[in-house]
Design a protein around this ligand. Structure first.
Ligand SMILES: *Cc1c(COP(=O)(O)O)cnc(C)c1O
Length: 403
C-alpha cells in the first residue's frame, strides 16, 4: 500500500488561502476551474471534468453514455467499476486478462460481445496502458463505446501522448494513495465537448440554470480544498514521477534473481508512472505461496497486499445467481500470485532496501517458513486487521485499503 505523496504544507496553503479569503468553497470555484485547465493541458485533452472521486466519475459516465444491457470489463481490477455498473442496472461481464501485463485480453473481450453489449470499460492496470488499438478496433466494429478506468495511470504516456485521450473518455482517481492525489477526487477526460457538458450537468444535480434542472444528476462536485491539494501536487508531479522511478528501479535491482519471484517492469520502451511495485510469486519455485509471503511481511510491519483478490467475477455482489462464476484462468492465477509492495515517492529508499532484504531472507528460508506457517495455521493474517498490528515505521497504515 502506498503512503500519500504530498506537497509541502505551504504549497497547499498558498492555494487554499485564496479560497479562504473568498469564502468560496464549492460549486465550481476558481480553484476547481484552474485545476481543470491545468489537468487538460497536462493530459493534452480538450476537457477535464473534476469530480469528488473516480467511482462517481465512472457512474456519471455510465449515465452520460446511457449504457444499458451488458458492459465488458476486466475481472482483474478494483471493484468500483463492476459495482457502479450493477448499481446502474447494467450487467458487468467479467473478461479475462493477459498474463504479460494483467490488462484485459482483447481477444477474450471480442468473444464476449453480444447484441446486448453497450460498452467496454477497460483498466490500465498498474498504470500499464491497455492494448488501446486492438480494443478500439473491436469496439468500433461492434459499434459500442470504449472507456477507460485510468485510476492507476496518471502521468503515463502511450503512442506519443498521455493516457487521458483514449477511447470516448478516461477516468482518473485522485484518491490519497494515487500518484496525483487531492485527498479524494477524480477527473473524467474526453475530447467530446457534448459529453463533457453532460458530465458537468450530471455532477451538479443536473442544474443548467439557477432553477432549471435538465437531467437527474447527483452531487459529484469537487470542493476548493480538494482542488488546492490537487494543484499543489500537480505542481510537483515531475519530481514525484522521478522519485517513483528511483524506487521502482531499486526494487527491480534488489529483487533481481530471486527464483520464483517476478518483479513487474514496464514493457520495453513503455512509459510508466512507476507508482506500483508488483511482484508475482510462483509458489512451486519460490518454496512458499504468496499468502505466506504476505503473512511474513505483515508480521514485519510491511503492508504488502494481495490484489485484486479474488477477482471481480468471484466477489460476493457479482457471483451469478446460479451456477459457478465464469472460468477466468489467467485472472485466477494472477490473483493467487500477485504481491503488491509499498511504493511511490513517499517511501524512503532505505525502506525499499529493507523490504527487499526481508523478501530475500524469506526466499532463502522458504521451505522452513512454509512448514512453520502451516503448523501455526494460515488464517492469522486474514483475521488480523492492520490497525491491530500497526507498527511505528514505514508501513503504518494511513489510508484506506485501495492500491
Ligand atoms: C482507486 C481506484 C478506483 C477508485 O477510485 P476512487 O477515486 O477511490 O473512487 C477505481 N479503479 C481503480 C483501478 C483504482 O485503483
Amino acid at each position: 500500500m502506498n503512503r500519500p505523496i504530498t506537497a509541502p504544507r505551504a504549497a497547499y496553503d498558498r492555494y487554499f488561502d485564496t479560497a479562504w479569503d473568498r469564502a468560496w468553497f464549492s460549486n465550481g470555484g476558481p480553484l476547481v476551474s484552474e485545476f481543470e485547465k491545468r489537468l487538460s493541458a497536462y493530459l493534452e485533452v480538450e476537457h477535464a471534468v473534476v469530480v469528488c472521486n473516480a467511482t462517481l466519475g465512472l457512474s456519471l459516465l455510465i449515465q452520460a453514455l446511457e449504457l444499458t444491457g451488458e458492459v465488458i470489463l476486466p475481472s482483474y481490477t478494483f471493484i468500483s467499476s463492476a459495482n457502479v455498473l450493477k448499481a446502474a442496472g447494467v450487467k458487468p461481464v467479467h473478461c479475462d486478462i493477459r498474463s504479460a501485463d494483467m490488462n484485459i485480453d482483447p481477444e477474450a473481450c471480442a468473444a464476449l460481445i453480444t447484441p446486448r453489449t453497450s460498452a467496454v470499460v477497460a483498466t490500465h492496470i498498474w498504470g500499464a496502458p491497455c492494448d488501446t488499438s486492438a480494443l478500439q478496433a473491436i469496439c468500433d466494429d461492434a459499434g459500442i463505446a470504449l472507456v477507460y478506468d485510468a485510476a492507476h495511470a496518471f502521468g503515463v504516456r502511450h503512442q506519443g501522448r498521455p493516457i487521458g485521450g483514449f477511447g470516448r473518455a478516461e477516468v482518473f482517481s485522485l484518491h490519497a494513495t494515487k500518484v496525483l492525489q487531492a485527498f479524494e477526487g477524480g477527473v473524467v477526460t474526453t475530447d467530446d465537448g457534448a459529453l463533457a457538458d453532460r458530465l458537468r450537468l450530471l455532477r451538479n444535480f443536473g442544474f443548467s440554470g439557477v432553477d432549471r434542472v435538465e437531467i437527474a444528476g447527483v452531487n459529484a462536485k469537487m470542493s476548493e480544498s480538494h482542488a488546492a491539494m490537487g494543484l499543489a501536487n500537480l505542481d510537483m508531479i515531475g519530481e514525484t514521477l522521478a522519485a517513483n522511478r528511483r524506487r521502482h528501479e531499486l526494487y527491480a535491482d534488489e529483487l533481481a534473481g530471486i527464483a520464483g519471484l517476478r518483479f513487474h517492469q514496464p514493457a520495453p520502451g513503455a512509459s510508466s508512472n512507476h507508482h506500483y511495485a508488483v511482484a508475482e510469486i510462483d509458489a512451486d519455485i519460490f518454496g512458499l505461496d504468496r499468502d505466506g509471503v504476505v503473512d511474513l511481511l505483515f508480521a514485519e510491519n510491511v503492508l504488502a497486499r494481495r490484489y485484486f483478490y479474488p477477482g471481480g467475477h468471484r466477489s460476493i455482489p457479482h457471483l451469478p445467481e446460479s451456477g459457478a462464476p465464469a472460468a477466468l484462468p489467467v485472472t485466477e492465477m494472477v490473483c493467487e500470485r500477485v504481491l503488491v509492495l509499498p511504493a511511490g515517492a513517499a517511501i524512503a529508499l532505505e525502506d525499499v532496501r529493507a523490504i527487499c532484504g526481508l523478501i530475500r531472507s524469506i526466499a532463502a528460508h522458504a521451505p522452513e517458513l512454509a512448514a512453520r506457517l502451516s503448523d501455526t495455521g494460515a488464517s492469522r493474517r486474514r483475521s488480523a486487521r492492520p490497525d491491530q498490528v500497526a507498527p511505528p515505521g514505514f508501513s503504518k497504515p494511513r489510508t484506506g485499503s485501495k492500491p
